[in-house]
Design a protein around this ligand. Structure first.
Ligand code: KIV
Ligand code: NA
Length: 263
């Protein structure tokens, strides 16, 4: 595998080749993820739950994200590294640009922010500063208190239209990729077909350009997982084999199956 960049992933979308993304928070796992041939790593603020044992992502800080981004960046050379901007770190475009620069200095190649069209000015500023942006729509865990729980988004028509409109607005503002979390498969498929940028799904069905899962979920470490997760450790010969199986299942389209998707 050679070094992955945003053009390589854009080309994959254009050639209808699916790719896998996995979360990762440290150097040792980053090395295994790279050996498994996975194109991109998300240093997710899910580390608040997975590593820190919290019950939401809200307490995670920019220092936490910067530390784990640096750990991941030391462990691998080839995967594209996307780092989450944590809750409260991108309330204004200037604050967003300053904190995003911290993550880029730590080794990120792209940052991810949760939210819709209101992030347009921040995305423009980050692009001007040389920082590519991944959007995140649907279930946005940093807004769990606004959403009233971790639930599927976009099931009714007007909600679905609003998510599609936000996706179009993020792309127009200059987003380079988009994560769609917990939305009906039909909506995710429509958004993926509408946008030119790669769309990465989680709990969004098999019509997206890519998939992402939380590392500890796909390795079967997490106690109670969501419906959209598959335990790739089952029947695998170690961690690298489990990650290879995840990668192949995404690339060949066998994951996610119907049972992992929402209607
Ligand atoms: O923090 C995270 O792990 C994420 C993915 C679940 C998309 O944002
Ligand atoms: Na996240």
């Amino acid at each position: 595998m050679s070094k992955v960049n945003i053009l390589k992933l854009l080309t994959k979308k254009q050639q209808q080749e699916k790719f896998a993304v996995v979360t990762c928070y440290d150097a040792s796992f980053a090395k295994v993820v790279e050996k498994a041939g996975i194109d991109a790593i998300l240093v997710g603020d899910s580390l608040g739950m997975v590593l820190q044992g919290r019950d939401s992502t809200l307490p995670v800080t920019i220092e936490d994200m910067s530390y784990h981004t640096a750990c991941v960046a030391r462990g691998c050379d080839q995967p594209l590294i996307i780092s989450d901007m944590p809750f409260g770190s991108y309330n204004t475009p200037q604050q967003c640009a300053d904190n995003a620069a911290t993550l880029m200095r730590a080794g990120a190649h792209m940052i991810k922010i949760e939210g819709g069209s209101w992030l347009g000015d921040s995305i423009t500023l980050l692009n001007q500063a040389g920082i590519p942006v991944c959007g995140h729509l649907g279930l946005t865990p940093q807004s769990v208190n606004v959403l009233g729980g971790y639930r599927v988004q976009g099931r009714d028509d007007s909600q679905a239209k609003a998510i599609l409109a936000d996706a179009v607005a993020l792309e127009a503002a200059g987003a380079a990729m988009l994560v769609l979390e917990c939305v009906p498969r039909k909506l995710a498929t429509e958004i993926s077909a509408t946008l030119k940028i790669p769309v990465i799904g989680i709990g969004a069905g098999n019509g997206t350009d890519a998939q992402v899962l939380v590392l500890h979920d796909l390795l079967g470490i997490t106690e109670k997982t969501a419906r959209f997760v598959r335990n790739f450790a089952e029947g695998s010969n170690g961690v690298e084999d489990a990650l290879k199986r995840y990668n192949s299942a995404v690339v060949d389209g066998s994951f996610p199956a119907d049972e992992h998707s929402f209607d």
